[in-house]
Design a protein around this ligand. Structure first.
Ligand SMILES: N[C@H](CCC[C@H](N)C(=O)O)C(=O)O
Length: 260
């Protein structure tokens, strides 16, 4: 049995197990063990697990696994939590530059737990009759609804995630309600295969679709079940967006040891 020293973080209720793997101490971890650690009854419990890995060219490298144990695509809330953890470990000077599965990311931390994460540019948005489909580091199906609290997110989200078009690769599914000054987003997350309290790449995708036609810089407040986030970006064309920042809290809940 090997001891694992882990840190539990959450970003607006999207929660993660994080391990410091800069010396390769946890390279032996298997997908099955990740799934067991993320189990909310038989393990620590989390939406995902991340390794803080060493990098020659960046402050660190991010490795992300969904709760199902499989390596995931980019995780926005996870990236923000990993920056807060790296800061706690004494990495960087408050400004960070790291590498993740979807490329390079810049980030800044205000105090100990408000993290601003630069997301990848978006240059294509599919706009159907009642939906949008775009990739903000992970794939997102975005549907606007009258009353987001009335949506059966699990069943409706699952139905879209496993439909003929998306069954093979999967997609995350976001239900969005517009308000005067922002949006409320609920998400069915691929790889968790359930609703999560918040999804960073999902919130980002929803905020981009909320922008008006004007090509300018926007700041969109986004409410989730787990708290408030803010997405800032510049709309550069009908379906193109740059300088996208996902901003919000990233908090250490507890740390502990477990044997695997
Ligand atoms: N489950 C997502 C990855 C994590 C996304 C979410 N936790 C976020 O904050 O972006 C997927 O497989 O596409």
């Amino acid at each position: 049995m090997n001891n694992i020293h882990f840190y539990k973080y959450q970003g607006t209720g999207n929660d993660f197990i994080i391990m410091d793997n800069r010396n390769g101490e946890y390279d032996w971890l298997t997908e099955e063990q990740v799934n067991e650690l993320c189990d909310r009854r038989f393990g620590i419990g989390a939406d995902g697990l991340m390794l803080l890995n060493k990098s020659e060219d960046y402050d660190f490298a991010m490795k992300y696994y969904n709760a199902d144990g499989r390596e995931g695509t980019m995780c926005g809330n996870g990236g923000r939590c990993l920056v807060a953890f790296a800061h706690k470990m004494g990495v960087g000077d408050g400004n960070f530059y790291f590498i993740a599965v979807d490329g390079e990311h810049a980030a800044t931390i205000d105090g100990d737990s408000w993290v601003n994460l630069k997301m990848k540019d978006v240059d294509t948005v599919e706009h159907g009759p009642l939906y949008y489909y775009l990739n903000t580091g992970s794939p997102h199906f975005v549907k606007y609804v009258e009353d987001v609290q009335a949506v059966d997110v699990f069943n409706e989200g699952r139905g879209i995630r496993y439909n003929d078009r998306f069954a093979a690769e999967g997609t995350n599914v976001n239900f969005v309600q517009k308000f005067e000054d922002g949006i409320f987003v609920r998400t069915y997350e691929r790889g968790v295969e359930d609703e999560t309290y918040s999804c960073g790449t999902g919130v980002t995708a929803a905020a981009l679709t909320f922008a008006g036609k004007e090509e300018k810089t926007y700041t969109v407040p986004v409410q989730t079940l787990g708290g408030q986030l803010e997405v800032k970006f510049t709309k550069t064309g009908e379906r193109t967006f740059e300088n996208i920042w996902l901003c919000g809290p990233a908090t250490l809940v507890f740390e502990g040891n477990i044997s695997k």
